[in-house]
Design a protein around this ligand. Sequence first.
Ligand SMILES: *[C@@H]1O[C@H](CO)[C@@H](O)[C@H](O)[C@H]1NC(C)=O
Length: 673
Amino acid sequence: MARFPRPTISLFLILSFQIIFSAIAFGSDFQESDEEEFSEELLLRPLPDLKVLAHFHFESRAPPSLSNSHGRHHHLFPKAIAQLVQKFRVKEMELSFTQGRWNYDRWGGFDPISSSNAKPPGVELWAAFDVPQYLVDASWKNLTHTLSGLFCASINFLESSTTYSAPEWSFHPSSGSLRYGTLPREAVCTENLTPWLKLLPCRDKAGLSVLMDRPSIYRGFYHSQQLRLTSPEFEGRLESGIVLKQTLTVVLQPDSQRASNTYSSETKLQPSWSLSSIFGRKVTSRCVLAKSSNVYLQLEGGLVTELENVQKENVISWIDNVGSEGWRTNPFFDLSVNPDSVLREVNGLHGSSSSVLYKYSVAKYSDSRPFDLGLTWKSPVVWSCPQAPLHASRFLIGSGNERGAIAISLISTGSNEHFLGANIVEDRCKLEVDIFQVVPWYVKVYYHTLRVFVDGQPQAVTDVVEKMRVSPSEDKVSPGVMELVLKFPCDIKSAALTLEFDKGFLHIDEYPPDANQGFDIPSAIISFPNFHARTHYFEDNSLKKSPMLSMFQEKSRVRSYSEVLLVPLTTPDFSMPYNVITITCTAFALYFGSLLNVLRRRVGEEERFLKNRAAKKASRLAQLLSMLSAKIRGKKWEPPQSPSASSSFISLKLIVKVVLVTGIAIAWQYYSQ
Ligand SMILES: *[C@@H]1O[C@H](CO)[C@@H](O)[C@H](O)[C@H]1NC(C)=O
């Protein structure tokens, strides 16, 4: 038996102590990193028009950093974002990249997703700063440049004062320090998504973000990638630090080979789908850094009502028997995976049933057993999504290149009867609508021409408009901003607003590339301050609240965006310079060609040459003839004289040529001035 010498043992002891010590230190390190949190969630929702909504929600939280102001080491929270917040003192910020238009009629207009994730096409950015008033514009400019670099987009175009505005009350409560700007024509693609994914601790390598297969996402009907920052610490609330919410909302169309053939008439069978069929990927694991990692399947209230109508007899077992097979299979559809739990909305809207959430925890799944939720429809079902009280659309009227008018039309969706109790003012029910609209300076809107029609009848503006703030545009300096609060009677069927405008002229270098396409007027925002899109789900474990569901519970006003308008402006004929250049070059070539020709010609030599030739040609015949006549007349023959007539002819030609060239030159001089 070998025995260790004493020094070896002591060395061993020291080493083991060190290992234990470092393990403790490491452990405490982890304890600290617990303060930073990350969670990932995905919500799937079948839509009535045979499509599927997928809404990814990633949330990162950093603890308040005021306690150690010398910067901190971030474990999960993206450092770039934390630095940006500190440097520009951003209180709140939202940046969205959107392609496609949210279909409010079919995909809903009265739920948290449509109110906060349906965004106008292109880029929208707004930010509120915690800086003195005179520094807000400078901070905004610097922020746009930083974001432009972070997200590989032309957000820096928003630094120009003609592109952003300062809404006071219609857009967001935190006024004064808020700036708002949009770029309706920004093309959104993977180069914007990649930097956005880089902010996630697991990027797109693990967890739910694995599903973000670029071809599947960009094939969709609508996608909106959004980044929302709140840092309450600037407002003196020290209990929470920066919160970063990253959401991606996509509307996809599952392949519907089976759906088309089975059922006739107007009720089509919904296409069946699974995660792997709509995204082309499966979830193999959760992001290990995430505190929670869940997938939800949401059945809207309308769909639940249909289900309950069919299952009248065993509705009790369907609703209250969590874990029963009833959740997985019912007359309408089968689910491929049994939910971990089922959450019901606390109080539904519209008198219909409350919606239902099936919750799946991704933590149980692995490479060998991937998570691939599938929904197979068995019989057709028709339902509709909850709608905002009024459906808004905006269009242009008038024709020609000089003037026109913008019209905003609001049409009742018939759903406002359900809310009558909420806003009765002085015994009369009033429906309040806020409109916020920014118009670029080259569309000169005359705000005094505002006319309001209710149910087709013209109304006095003062009867309907409760509050109004207008800042007219200033040429090449600032856009025109209009904020309106309107009060309509609750039984309104339709309303329309019109505003006339003149089209302005731009300087030639202010035209964008492809000016003939027209100029965009950004979307108007129509919001309903008395209606709040909040969905409160009853969670069994209220301590571990899901960040996405708590966001759904927040009181956010119902809001919708109108269309982007395309105004054709008078554009110069950009092919004109080309035409001018070619015609000038042709004239110059002719002028210099003739001039050189005339200058280089040696007149004397030419004359001699011509004389010789004429002499040679004409001489023989003439000589012969003259000799013959001389013989006949019996006279002596004489050689002919030099041909002076030909020489005078040549000089005449020369003079005409020179006069012509000089004439062209004079004409050119005259016309080119
Ligand atoms: C914005 O950036 C410029 C140039 O880097 C700098 O001089 C200025 O102080 C910054 N302003 C603010 C408000 O951060």
